[in-house]
Design a protein around this ligand. Structure first.
Ligand code: IPT
Length: 267
């Protein structure tokens, strides 16, 4: 029996680590895993990846692809009765899903910076195509608004370290915020590099908060303060939930945990 995983680009650390967890749990459950990687954001590449997996006669499908609600519904129709779980869709999308809510996670990061007394906070958003990025960004803005604050600046990147580096350069050398909220750890990594190159001290001059807590994040310099999504647990639970659907058993999904991990990039 086979599970298909349609995933966003595995050059990115979070989807790669989720895929790893899915592979481990699929094996433990006695399933083979086949992977199709979407080569671009958006529904066309997603549909191509899904069709590739359907051609391999999978028994169920996990979709770790960012899909706007209308697109998720379109794919869900294409799948008809095949058990499937969407992993990066809006909470109110009417499709079966297994997602880490940004509601709690993005709030934790923003409130941590506010509690440290920072007021001039820059936002480094993920790509416009991403549902998860939009959720995190909306929550940040909401938390700032609750404190009568506007963002110091709003930057955007494609999730890569390079994008984080380039975005940070636009604020250097002399338009620096007190703190930076980044939509993922890889962009935080690039931002740290840009700050270091300009002799800006982290966290003494600028605090940085990531999002994900990938396996590498504790090894950044300085070790990254970040919002931990339990990527292993996410992968594991998606498989357990999907397998229960395939085998027509009921399964009570425990809530996915998201927590703030305070390391050395915030003060
Ligand atoms: C999301 C990651 O948080 C982000 O860093 C990026 O890798 C993105 O995936 C790629 O799509 S996690 C996802 C399950 C919302």
């Amino acid at each position: 029996r086979t599970i298909g995983l349609a995933t966003s680009d595995l050059v990115l650390q979070a989807p790669a680590q989720i895929a790893s967890a899915i592979q481990h749990e699929a094996s433990a459950q006695g399933y083979q895993l086949v992977i199709a990687m979407a080569d671009a954001p958006g529904v066309d590449a997603a549909r191509a990846a899904v069709n590739e997996l359907l051609a391999q006669r999978v028994d169920g499908l996990l979709l770790n692809l960012s899909l706007h609600t209308a697109d998720a519904c379109e794919l869900s129709e294409l799948l008809a009765t095949l058990p499937a779980l969407f992993m990066d869709v809006a909470a109110d999308a009417p499709v079966a899903q297994c997602v880490c809510s940004a509601e709690w996670g993005a709030r934790l990061g923003a409130e941590h910076l506010l509690a440290l007394g920072h007021r001039r906070i820059a936002l480094l958003n993920g790509p416009a195509s991403s549902v998860a990025a939009k959720q995190r960004f909306d929550v940040w803005q909401q938390v700032l608004a609750e404190h009568q604050l506007q963002p110091h600046s709003v930057l955007e990147g494609d999730w890569s370290a390079r994008a984080g580096y380039q975005a940070m350069l636009t604020l250097l050398p002399d338009n620096l915020p007190d703190a930076l909220l980044t939509a993922n750890d890889q962009m935080a990594l690039g931002a740290l590099r840009a700050l270091h190159q300009h002799g800006v001290r982290v966290p003494a001059d600028v605090s940085v908060v990531g999002y994900d807590d990938t396996a590498e994040s504790a090894w950044y310099q300085p070790p990254l303060t970040t919002v931990r999504q339990d990527l292993r647990q996410l992968g594991q639970q998606s498989v357990l939930q999907l397998v229960a659907n395939i085998e027509q058993r009921s399964w009570q999904a425990p809530p996915l945990t998201t927590e703030l991990v305070i390391r050395e990039t915030t003060a």
